[in-house]
Unconditional design. Structure first.
Length: 303
């Protein structure tokens, strides 16, 4: 099976050489590396050419979480399409091989994603979120698991995920015009088409964000917008509030186990902000457009 790496970038010239060298040192050396760039002005595209990567360029204002990935996926020649964001750092020389191996292990695998561990400078909230979303044990999810795992069943992350090109084509690729959540959208479609999603805990990348409380609010506002616009996902897999409660208990345990319980009040305050943002996002159709833009992390999307 041939592997295509798809790397969306914007102003990434400082880290691109290292990222491509790390990819070429992988034991499962990719068939091709495609840099899909959002009109960088720091020489990213020119550097990608010199490093031997294929390049695609989209206008910065026209970047679309689903549509841009579909553009790159259709241009790729691989049987397995690995999506890697520019801020995700491969942790070992065999992580691509570990992720790709599940597609040849039998079964109808549509997508696989690796474990994300926090960057060394991650704050306690970023570390707690990774602890919750990326456990130490691998698993397989299928559509029948929705009764047990609910909205978490189609969860995967395009920061480090691989898809069967054939499966993506079958579900109509990623959807254009999503504010975010193109990975969850594809995961839900794959499960409903009879494919499975595999979480590969020993395929690891370093990836995390130190969001401010305001950024947390805006991100969860956008998640609420996504869930309202794609209501069928909640209808098929269940509402998100139950998963939110599990996240609260998991994070409080993380704070206790790591002896940082003094952060608990701020964690709870951030959780209230996230929930408020999410509920406002679910009710975004009742808000003035100018107000929506101010509440959203992706203000340009509202154009």
């Amino acid at each position: 099976m041939m592997i295509s790496i798809i790397l969306p970038t914007i102003n990434f010239s400082a880290g691109l050489k290292t990222a491509i060298e790390n990819l070429r040192r992988q034991s499962a050396c990719p068939y091709e590396i495609i840099v899909v760039d959002s009109s960088s002005d720091d020489g990213t595209v020119e550097l990608a050419h010199r490093l031997g990567a294929r390049t695609l360029t989209v206008a910065r204002g026209e970047f679309d979480h689903g549509g841009t990935r579909t553009l790159a996926a259709k241009a790729a020649g691989g049987d397995i399409l690995v999506f890697l964001t520019q801020d995700a750092v491969l942790a070992a020389p065999d992580v691509i091989a570990r992720l790709a191996a599940v597609f040849g292990s039998g079964g109808k695998v549509g997508a696989a994603f690796g474990r994300q561990v926090p960057h060394p400078d991650a704050d306690v909230f970023g570390r707690a979120l990774r602890f919750f979303n990326y456990p130490e044990k691998s698993y397989v999810r299928s559509f029948k698991d929705r009764a047990r795992y609910g909205i978490k069943t189609p969860f995967l992350s395009n920061s480090f995920a691989a898809y069967s090109r054939k499966a993506l084509e079958e579900i109509g690729w990623f959807k254009d015009g999503l504010i975010l959540g193109e990975d969850t959208y594809a995961g839900a479609k794959l499960l409903m088409a009879g494919y499975s999603i595999v979480y590969v805990a020993d395929a690891t990348v370093a990836h995390s964000h130190n969001h401010t409380p305001c950024q947390d609010f805006k991100r969860y506002f956008d998640i609420g917008v996504f869930h309202t616009r794609e209501r069928w996902i909640l209808d098929a897999f269940g509402n998100a509030e139950g998963e939110g409660l599990k996240y609260i208990f998991s994070s409080l345990k993380f704070l206790k186990d790591n002896k940082v319980v003094l952060w608990a009040p701020e964690f709870l305050w951030r959780t209230v902000l996230k929930y408020a943002g999410y509920k406002l996002g679910r009710a975004h159709s009742f808000l003035p457009e100018s107000f929506r833009k101010r509440l959203s992390m992706h203000a340009n999307w509202w154009r």
